[in-house]
Design a protein around this ligand. Sequence first.
Ligand SMILES: NC(=O)c1ccc[n+]([C@@H]2O[C@H](COP(=O)([O-])OP(=O)(O)OC[C@H]3O[C@@H](n4cnc5c(N)ncnc54)[C@H](O)[C@@H]3O)[C@@H](O)[C@H]2O)c1
Length: 358
Amino acid sequence: MSAPTLGNVLVTGGAGFIGSALSQRLAVRASRWVVLDNLHPQVHPTAVRPASLHESAELVVGDVTDPAAWSALLADFRPDVVVHLAAETGTAQSLHYATRHAEVNVVGTTTMLDAFGSMNHVPRQFVLSGSRAVYGEGSWKKSSGELFSPGQRTHAQLQEAHWDFPDAVPLPSQALTTWPSPTSVYGATKLAQEHILTAWTGSHDSALTVLRFQNVYGPGQSLTNPYTGIVSLFSQLAMRGESIPVYEDGLITRDFVYIDDVADSLATVLVTGPTGDGPSTFDVGSGIGTTILELASLIADFHGAPQPHITGAFRDGDVRHASTDIGRTLENLDWAPQWSVERGISALQSWIAEQQNS
Ligand SMILES: NC(=O)c1ccc[n+]([C@@H]2O[C@H](COP(=O)([O-])OP(=O)(O)OC[C@H]3O[C@@H](n4cnc5c(N)ncnc54)[C@H](O)[C@@H]3O)[C@@H](O)[C@H]2O)c1
């Protein structure tokens, strides 16, 4: 690969799942790079530096909400580029820990910006890990052709097993055409991050790219954090030879995007930036919607486990269908997903087996 080109790079939350994958790509491209991460106990139960974080990263253990941590860091290090990954990430959990999500995701972002302001330092580029959670249920289309944002499914609706919105079909989300309408506190805080960074960078002659990730999975994802990632949960059930329970009627849809594709999208934006005009907010997914039943069957088949079973159970606040149209991303970024869900799931199973045998 080519010589370093990026200057000083700061990655907040860079010791996590996505940050560790990105670290393999950053190692050869940054002059110096620092990870600011508090080694959150839910993500890092042993509170030690993850082996998957490339050795070239200088890890500073600190909290993005702590002004003193920022002062100490910036006294010694002025980043040219900031990749802002640090976040509380539990979508369902955010309903019960709303303040914690707001503090880290919203106030953590403003604390970072205030620290740059007080040091009179403006990084030339920010990249934010946005989320598909900002769309909530996204846009749906009635049989009359009318588009609408359906809001959130009610508890009563779910109890009656009315899983979909009547007389309508969901449309894949796309940053320029789908009105953000988060149905989780997490999603609301991720949208707030976008707005805050847009306002700040716009006033400071700094570039911002927002990558809205779909459901990221793959080697390196947490096998212990119960609040993130059904792929890991399903995999562990199937490995034990159990039938995977699937909520609702099995037809909840998600776009599962492989970790390498996500890390590559970040590296692409850092190295070449977006091309063309227009807002620098892009959807990053596989571009293919997969039902949860399809996912569970794929994993069950891989392990020769019994077929999944539909439970009809539900979780309040779960989005029914989430898929994305990545056409505009493909046009504007020198990037395209390389991993099919079949290949990615298979690679993940091998990695999980290795972890359990080591
Ligand atoms: N994984 C996904 O499916 C997904 C999808 C969409 C968006 N995202 C976004 O991508 C980013 C990274 O997600 P991930 O999957 O790597 O999550 P992760 O939980 O594996 O990593 C997050 C990292 O942030 C750190 N962190 C948490 N709170 C912090 C704080 N207060 N101060 C400093 N560090 C803190 C954690 O210790 C962890 O290392 C997040 O912003 C998340 O919202 C992830």
